[in-house]
Design a protein around this ligand. Structure first.
Ligand code: ADP
Length: 352
């Protein structure tokens, strides 16, 4: 099991800082996701790790040794891309064997590897087919088998599930996780999809504009976002971010914005808002209420919009157009510095 370290890693394209001083170390055998919006530098990090690009500055280490001088084919890093990039004119068998043939692995050693990986992925029956005759999910498995067959030290995935349709994506996600747990290979997984990162990864590194914002477990990112970017990016619908004064923004997850009549802590709330409900959505497993804040926040130009999430078990005790009192407890509200965007300690900025 290998440890990947990015040390002050930077890549510039002319004036664009695609990757800007990223420090990040994986755990041994960890599934580490890199999560960020489009253009945040995710693919550039992948290409740097695989050796397809050279950094402008900084270093990349595998098990403590710099790999910068090692060409891509000799870095034992297996990549699986968004488009599985299978060779259409070759059978599944030849696609999987290709990395071994390219590396001149002796013939007698190839068949046992082929058997092992095709069994592991459950694709023994597909070996004689052409990739064009496979479903998206099957193609993905073949791409994984081809990457696994060379016993990589490190797996690098660039949005490998995004071309699958939504139905099989969650299944493919579970299978990928299982494959990780079975092989114990350290995996770096790039995605812009926070649900995918939350569901799959041991830890997530959130990047934006080439900079690392936070590294943590899915729960840490969700419960304790380090700054306004992470707070707004992780979670659907996003955290309610409400300006309190010139220096402070209060953050509250939609499920933590509770009707005063149903909130458990009586009286002492960090946020106490009068809200007109503009829209109510039934989503099967939950209700979402969209509203406008009337009082409880300082007057600041445009009225603030909020979203509350309610369990689906019962009908909400209000209708569209009603005015309701919604509250947030001290325990649930997160405070942010409006100027730096960073988290502030608790218990400052509470609204009277
Ligand atoms: P992501 O994978 O998060 O969508 P990328 O790593 O592809 O982001 O890109 C990060 C930034 O670097 C973007 O602004 C992109 O336009 C720029 N960029 C990426 N590759 C190149 C390149 N080869 N030449 C110039 N700019 C590039």
């Amino acid at each position: 099991m290998s440890v990947l370290t990015l040390r002050a890693l930077s890549k510039r394209y002319g004036r664009i800082h695609a990757v800007d001083g990223v420090n990040l170390t994986s755990g041994e055998g960890e599934l580490l996701a890199i999560l960020g919006p489009s253009g945040s530098g995710k693919s550039t990090i992948m290409r740097l790790v695989a050796g397809l690009e050279m950094p402008t500055s900084g270093d990349i280490l595998i098990d403590g040794k710099s790999v910068l001088g090692i060409p891509p084919k000799d870095r034992n890093v297996a990549m699986v891309f968004q488009s599985f990039a299978l060779y259409p004119h070759m059978s599944v068998r030849d696609n999987i064997l290709f990395p071994l043939v390219a590396r001149k692995v002796p013939k007698p050693l190839r068949q046992p590897k082929l058997d092992q990986v095709s069994r592991m992925l459950g694709i023994e029956d597909l070996l004689d087919r052409r990739p064009t005759r496979l479903s998206g999910g099957q193609q993905q498995k073949v791409a994984l088998a081809r990457a696994l067959v060379r016993d990589p030290e490190l797996f690098v995935f660039d949005e490998p599930l995004s071309s699958l349709d939504a139905k099989i994506r969650s299944q493919a996600r579970a299978e990928l996780r299982e494959l990780h747990d079975r092989t114990g290979i350290t995996m770096l997984y790039v995605t812009h999809d926070q649900i995918e990162a939350l569901g799959l990864a041991d830890r997530i590194a959130v990047i934006n504009q080439g900079r690392l914002h936070q590294v943590g477990t899915p729960r840490e990112l969700y419960m304790d976002p380090a700054d306004l970017f992470v707070a707004g990016f992780v979670g659907t619908p996003p955290m309610n971010l409400l300006p309190i004064d010139d220096d402070t923004i209060a953050g509250l997850r939609p499920e933590h914005l509770r009707l005063a009549s149903t909130a458990s802590a009586a009286g002492d709330y960090a946020l106490d808002l009068e809200v007109t409900v503009n829209q109510l959505e039934y989503l099967g497993s939950e209700w979402l209420a969209y509203g406008t804040v009337h009082s409880g926040l300082p007057e600041q130009g445009e009225p603030q919009q909020v979203i509350a999430r309610l369990p689906a078990g019962t009908e909400p005790p209000f209708s569209t157009g009603d005015r309701c009192r919604f509250v947030g407890t001290h325990q649930d509200v997160r405070w942010f510095d409006r100027n730096t965007g960073k988290r502030k300690p608790a218990a400052v900025g509470a609204v009277a």
